[in-house]
Write a protein that binds this ligand. Structure first.
Ligand code: BGC
Length: 783
């Protein structure tokens, strides 16, 4: 049952499903008619009282049954049907992940119902940005700067997952990422603590719903990766994190806290170490911070194989020590390894782990099942066989309208020269690029149960939208010609390669594309990264487009035709060449099932783009990190004022290529000066900051008005500015609206050197802009 740590999860999941189906159907045949759970008779009276119910159940459990609850099994080929049946019936499994249909999950629950105490198992899965319907990746959702849009994607994802018999998702992923070399940047919501925290909250509420127990059409959220995973050294996945407490508290921890305050039922513990202590065995993290300081009352789950990996981290001699350290630290459930089940019996006998340590963990697991409503109905989400969908991938189960609407909001227009966009529907378009007709890449990383073929590619989207125009398509280039990279991306994924190479020579492909370009009015090039390039364990040393694609773009540019770039990527890229040479650049990230339609909607101007960057685009890798809310300096670099002895690089321009919060529209907006309601704010008072935003262009469109605050002088060094609020505003041509932000004490507060959450008296500068760089300012003083 052990998982090879080198195996890429996406590949793993895809390879496992078909074989697993066989295993499960065998088990289903063996399933007997089920008696109602013993506890539902014995404890029926207690079901309304969570603590009493769990206490009572725990009194009946043997040590082995308790240890069994701690085991989270990855359903896959390593566990044959017979073994599977025995394990569930013996009460040696607490929950599973990676089995994603009612039909697959039912026999497993039936197995659990044959166990002595009939304790239900729960079914989890990585539903990161969609389940059957795939929505844009995290960076795309965040680019909407629209919490209703995020909530819509998460709610639909939860409903689809619950309809497949899934109880829990390992989401939202709220790791702040300031280093685009890290492949998992794609999964998160960007670099900003405030924006990511707001998204974390709405995601949890949308996934879980507002009721307790969680309704049968929602799933429990397991916020991850706790904590600080996005700050791994050098952007290298699984690496160490060293961070001072102030940075943690002010910048990296808020999103996890926001998710927990919003009621997240579970927390996934990160794979990295923090200041020398792996998160999995980090008592400070899991007890002092999470439980005591934040008051978290839910379940903690290790990441994949993380307990065993304590031996690799070098903090445990062997698996026994690894198990002892993690359970004592507060990692309740062990994902995809056998460490707890194999080591805890001995550790309990020798007294190295106490009954109390074990009980603490078991209580949280049973608590999660209680909150999921599984004790009332173990089949709450699995339902009855008669209700199983004939085809889990049936069109009718998808939410294409939601997917298209959300995707339309997730793209960022980075450049648009001479009105290159929108395109005319009667234009002759040459569509080129390795991503122009790639179903798989539309899905992006961690695409849940999304199906390649059900996605709409850019080619399909444009073809359907044209009216009187003509589309000629040429692939133009492979994602890369680097065999090493192709092999890496296709690692262990024999059945369904991630990257399929066109066998023609690079020049032959370019020639075909150039020919198509010459016969067209405009060239649309869909270029970027294959989805696997922005994934777990896909760290990069460069942010440039692979050479094959860059060569294609140069050849296309030489034709003199307007060149529109449709970018697909899961991290900020180095776009220096594109910025100088492309007529327009649309950042689409990975847009999901309805991506091609939504991209066509934007390219043809059916929808006016309104996305804003949730992460800074650097000029080069050497500039990283380039997050906008960096600390104040003694010798800051000031744009337009060159000089030695300031904090800068001398070989290239300083500052970002595209700043945080940036994004264009097909219309223009103006922003008035900002006024504050009063010059001073009482300690418990409020100040309003008001601006008027006007659509000065000729099309209706939306923009995001952003409020930043700069603490002018504090007891510690503070950031140059911090996002504190934002408002997305829709305006007709010529229309203007007043936007009023209310600033309270919380917006001025931060963790000081003693980690006290304080708002210090003094002057604050209010900055309001349509991005983080170009802002209007005003000031007030906190008394
Ligand atoms: C990832 C987690 C994921 C887990 C289960 C791990 O490799 O780090 O984010 O939830 O696998 O698939």
């Amino acid at each position: 049952m052990s998982n090879k740590p080198t195996e890429r999860p996406a590949a793993r999941a895809r390879r496992q499903r078909p074989r697993h189906a066989l295993a499960l159907s065998a088990l289903a045949c063996a399933a007997a008619l089920l008696a109602p759970p013993a506890w539902s008779q014995a404890n029926a009276a207690l079901l309304g009282d969570k603590t009493a119910f769990i206490d009572d159940l725990m009194r009946q459990m043997t040590v082995d049954e308790k240890i069994g609850q701690l085991r989270l099994v990855s359903i896959g080929p390593d566990m044959p049907a017979k073994k599977l049946a025995e394990e569930f019936a013996a009460g040696r499994v607490g929950g599973t992940f990676n089995s994603v249909t009612r039909k697959d999950n039912r026999p497993l629950q039936e197995g659990a119902m044959r166990s002595r105490l009939k304790i239900p198992v729960f079914f989890a899965y990585d539903i990161i940005h969609g389940h059957r319907t795939t929505f844009p990746i995290g960076l795309g959702l965040a680019s909407s700067w629209d919490l209703d849009v995020v909530a819509r994607a998460m709610r639909v994802s939860a409903e689809e997952a619950a309809a497949d018999g899934i109880d829990m998702t390992f989401a939202p992923m709220v790791d702040i990422s300031r280093d685009p070399r890290w492949g998992r940047t794609s999964e998160g919501f960007g670099e900003d603590p405030y924006l990511v925290s707001r998204i974390a909250e709405v995601s949890v509420r949308a996934l879980q719903g507002e009721t307790k127990p969680i309704a049968a059409d929602r799933v429990m959220a397991s916020v991850k990766h706790f904590a600080l995973y996005g700050a791994v050294e050098g952007g290298r996945d699984y690496n160490v994190v060293n961070m001072d407490p102030q940075r943690m508290y002010n910048d990296y921890l808020p999103p996890y806290r926001a998710a927990i305050d919003a009621g997240a039922g579970a927390v996934m513990v990160a794979l990295n170490s923090i200041n020398g202590a792996p998160a999995t065995s980090n008592t400070w993290l899991l007890q002092d911070l999470l439980r005591k300081e934040w008051g978290f009352k839910g379940l903690t789950v290790s990441d994949h194989g993380a307990i065993t990996e304590l031996v690799n981290h070098g903090v445990a001699q062997n698996e026994s020590e690894a198990a002892r350290l993690s359970i004592k630290a507060g990692t309740d459930m062990s994902m995809a390894d056998q460490v707890y089940i194999s080591q805890l019996p001995g550790l309990l006998k020798s007294g190295k782990v106490s009954q109390q340590d074990l009980d603490n963990a078991v209580r949280e697991i049973l608590g999660a099942k209680y909150d999921l409503g599984l004790f009332k109905d173990p089949y709450a989400r699995i339902g009855h066989e008669s209700g199983d969908p004939a085809d889990v991938n049936a069109e009718s189960r998808l939410h294409r309208t939601d997917a298209r609407a959300v995707a339309q909001q997730s793209m960022v227009l980075l450049e648009n020269r001479n009105g290159a966009l929108p395109l005319k529907k009667n234009a002759r378009i040459a569509l080129v690029g390795p991503l122009a007709d790639s179903h798989l890449d539309m899905l992006g990383s961690w695409s849940g149960a999304g199906v390649n073929k059900q996605t709409v590619t850019v080619k399909q989207g444009l073809e359907q939208a044209l009216q009187g125009g003509k589309l000629s398509y040429a692939r133009g280039a492979n994602i890369t010609e680097d065999k090493h990279i192709v092999d890496y991306l296709n690692f262990l994924n024999w059945d369904d390669p991630e990257v399929v190479q066109d066998k023609r020579s690079p020049q032959a492909m370019i020639d075909e594309a150039v020919k198509a370009a010459r016969n067209a009015d405009v060239v649309v090039a869909a270029v970027g990264e294959s989805r696997g390039m922005s994934h777990e364990s896909s760290s990069r040393t460069q942010l440039t487009l692979p050479e094959s694609q860059q060569a294609l773009l140069k050849a296309l540019k030489a034709t003199g035709k307007p060149l529109v770039l449709v970018l697909m990527n899961g991290r900020p890229l180095d776009l220096n060449w594109a910025r100088e040479n492309a007529s327009a650049i649309l950042e689409t990230w990975y847009t999901g099932t309805e991506g091609g339609h939504a991209i066509a909607d934007i390219l043809f101007g059916e929808v006016n783009p309104s996305g804003k960057l949730p992460i800074t685009f650097p000029r080069s890798v050497g500039q990283i990190p380039t997050y906008y809310n960096h600390a104040r300096l003694g010798r800051p670099f000031t744009e337009g004022k060159p000089g030695n002895y300031t904090s800068q690089y001398f070989e290239e321009p300083n500052g970002p290529l595209y700043p945080f919060g940036y994004g264009l529209s097909y219309t223009e907006f103006s922003l008035s000066d900002v006024t504050v309601s009063q010059p001073t704010m009482k300690a418990d008072g409020r100040v309003d900051a008001t601006v008027t935003v006007k659509n000065t262009g000729r099309r209706a469109g939306a923009t995001v008005v952003q409020l930043y605050i700069r603490d002018q002088a504090a007891s510690v060094v503070r950031p140059v500015k911090e996002l504190k609020d934002f408002r997305k505003v829709m305006l007709q041509p010529g229309e203007q609206k007043e936007v009023r932000f209310t600033i309270d004490r919380r917006a001025l507060s931060f963790y000081n050197a003693k980690l006290e959450y304080v708002a210090e008296p003094g002057e604050f500068q209010v900055q309001v802009g349509l991005d983080s760089k170009d802002v209007k300012t005003a000031s007030f003083t906190l008394e």
